[in-house]
Design a protein around this ligand. Structure first.
Ligand code: PGA
Length: 432
């Protein structure tokens, strides 16, 4: 049984405060932390930051730590950690009057994940297996990694307006081979960028992708294609982008020059111009997935683009991992894939529910880290246990990214011949 829940403030990959929880049972202690990155404006997810203005630029999570140590611990003591749904309900009930605002999503998730780890240990099964049981199925799948290789947008100090260019090694035979292909391509890309733009161009952004001073999406995709070619993986690696268009939507226009000090005035595009740009890119490159191509509330153009069926269209800010917004998007066919950010949902049980909701709609599911993340590897087990098919955890470098990818290598080894890599079925894995 759970004997106590203790929380503390730690720092994430951006050096910002995050909540870590140590959940004690009568047998062991289980630790978990949740990414601290904030939710977009208007999300159901509330911030766990508090108002201690002088400390850490007013972004401390001391209030959440206090609530966990006092109220949450008291509510969970004596419960069986295998009863994930009851535990999550107890956490939600505590905070009901506050719409998850008092404890805060990230703090809730840290407690919920720690309980999930304790539940697996109590059952003496691996975490992904426990999650598969919670999902209610028996299928596990090793996800295709969406590996960040170039950063831009608000995640990189270059001129590129979009946030990420990713590679998907769908032609690999195993997760291990996928990481090898991804890592080799990443290193070839570094050489190509060095040759073309000089030694100060190989800095990396928030997700570990390189940030050469390119200004157009196609310039970035050309570099990545050259790297794939040099690595010898032509045709076996597909491309994906995360536009994060909400960040440069001004009024109803998209400012592709939002980071340029001296703007030419050519940067403003309408949503229909953006549809043209994306359609062109899909015809010229092996681009199979576009995340958040429009503003978070531009349901109309997202639908218009999705119905062209040119690629996977992933809803990030559009959905905010919120069941209500997902329901609307399913009904209206506003996108055809979910990026799951568990710290926007609240608890493990709710995260599993939204994965089911997306899979029932035959959507793709990309389990995601956050750009400000901790070294907790829970999402790796979640992606396998819920048979998501895709995981996005940044570049094949930096500790907080590798904690997830390396955990997937361990899981694949442990599963042996039972380990099925999603590969070409990355959008349609069975399981949930
Ligand atoms: P975020 O980025 O954590 O900054 O939201 C990750 C993503 O957009 O997928």
């Amino acid at each position: 049984v759970i004997t106590s829940v203790r929380a503390r403030q730690i720092l994430d990959s951006r050096g910002e405060p995050a909540v870590e929880v140590a959940l004690h049972t009568n047998k062991a202690v289980h630790r978990a932390s949740a990414a601290a990155a904030d939710a977009p404006e208007g999300a159901a997810a509330a911030s766990t930051r508090d108002a201690e203005k002088r400390k850490l630029l007013a972004r401390t999570v001391a209030d959440a730590v206090r609530v966990i140590n006092d109220k949450v611990s008291e509510a969970l003591v004596g419960m069986d950690p295998q009863q994930q749904a009851q535990i999550d309900q107890a956490i939600i009930d505590l905070d009901k009057a506050h719409h998850k605002a008092e404890i805060g999503m990230k703090a809730m998730l840290a407690v919920s994940i720690a309980a999930c780890k304790a539940g697996a240990a109590e059952k003496e099964v691996p975490l992904y297996k426990h999650i598969t049981d919670l999902v209610g199925k028996s299928t596990t799948t090793l996800p295709v990694p969406a590996i960040t290789v170039i950063n831009g947008g608000t995640h990189g100090g270059n001129r590129l307006p979009i946030q990420e260019i990713m590679i998907l090694p769908v032609g690999a035979k195993s997760f291990e081979e996928a990481m090898q292909m991804g890592s080799e391509t990443y290193h070839h890309l570094k050489d190509i960028i060095l040759e073309k733009y000089g030694s100060d161009s190989c800095n990396i952004g928030d997700d570990g992708g390189f940030t050469p001073n390119i200004s157009s999406i196609s310039e970035g995709l050309d570099l990545v294609i050259a790297a794939i070619d040099r690595a010898g993986y032509n045709g076996r690696i597909k491309l994906a982008i995360d536009v994060a268009a909400t960040d440069f939507c001004i009024g109803k226009k998209y400012d592709l020059e939002f980071k340029f000090a001296e703007k030419s005035g050519q940067g403003f595009k309408t949503a229909d111009d953006m549809i043209e740009i994306y359609s062109q890119l899909c015809s010229e490159y092996p681009l199979v997935s576009i995340e958040q191509p429009f503003d978070k509330d531009d349901w109309e153009h997202s639908k218009k683009f999705t119905t062209l069926e040119l690629c996977q269209v992933v809803g990030d800010d559009l959905l905010m991992s919120d069941p209500e917004r997902i329901k609307r998007a399913v009904n209206e066919y506003t996108c055809n894939a979910l990026v799951l950010k568990a710290n926007q949902v609240g608890t493990v049980t709710e995260a599993i529910e939204v994965v089911k909701q997306a899979k029932d709609a035959h959507w793709g599911v990309m389990v995601s880290h956050r750009s400000g993340d901790t070294d907790d590897s829970f999402i790796a087990d979640l992606a396998v246990g819920a048979a998501a098919g895709q995981i996005k955890a940044g570049a094949p470098c930096r500790g907080e990214c590798l904690s997830k990818y390396n955990q997937l290598l361990r899981i694949e080894e442990e599963l042996g011949s039972d380990g099925v890599y999603a590969g070409e079925n990355w959008r349609t894995t069975a399981g949930t």
